[in-house]
Design a protein around this ligand. Structure first.
Ligand code: SF4
Ligand code: SF4
Length: 194
């Protein structure tokens, strides 16, 4: 488990930012109502592989351990299946909380060093910004080059099979009027920065 490294002031700022962002989600304030009943953890198909279960995420946050939560593997193990969200008796939208934690982890560079999902997530967003869709080959190539170059060689036979069946394009395609998408993204980012 990663050790807490953020100075107290920075940790307080991070926790405040997390809370404000969660409160801005519809019904986000319900996070205060957690009963610690564990229904979310019992419903979660991937909790067995998480450093902190969904219930523990909220307990750890209350204990002022947000940076440890971010550096754990938990949020990257979340499959966004929404079981916790639909079953929580307090109406807490835990899946959205997981997304918020992923966003904060990437923004502050707080994630486990061996975690590859944040790299995939960041590259995916960059490619979609650029092309308006996901060019699988470029995304996978960049991801493997940044995380495990030898993995690329291992995946080559599968890539070739997919290419032969027309399931993988060598040249990335763009959506029409991509500049309109760029304009929307820019506007959203400027709103977030306010
Ligand atoms: S199911 Fe809801 S109330 Fe129960 S521990 Fe999970 S988040 Fe808290
Ligand atoms: S949304 Fe994530 S945390 Fe919630 S039950 Fe599914 S995998 Fe688990």
């Amino acid at each position: 488990m990663a050790e807490m490294q953020l100075p107290a002031g920075k940790l307080a700022e991070l926790s405040e930012r997390f809370l404000q962002d969660v409160y801005s989600i519809p019904d986000g304030e319900k996070i205060k109502l957690c009963l610690q009943c564990g229904t979310c953890s019992a419903s979660c198909p991937t909790s067995y592989a998480m450093d902190y279960t969904p219930r523990e995420i909220i307990a750890a946050f209350r204990a002022g351990m947000l940076d440890r939560v971010l550096k754990s593997n938990t949020v990257w193990m979340c499959a966004s299946c929404y079981s916790c969200t639909v079953r929580c008796p307090a109406g807490i939208k835990l899946t959205d909380v997981m997304y918020e934690l992923k966003r904060l982890g990437i923004e502050y560079g707080l994630y486990a060093k061996q975690a590859t999902a944040p790299v995939l997530s960041r590259e995916f967003v960059k490619m979609v910004d650029k092309h308006g869709r996901n060019p699988e080959l470029s995304l996978l190539g960049t991801f493997y080059l940044k995380t495990n170059p030898f993995g690329l060689l291992k995946m080559a036979p599968l890539g070739l099979k997919l290419f032969k069946r027309g399931r993988l394009a060598f040249r990335p395609s763009k959506v029409k009027k991509q500049y309109e998408l760029a304009r929307i993204t820019k506007r959203l980012e400027s709103k977030e920065g306010k």
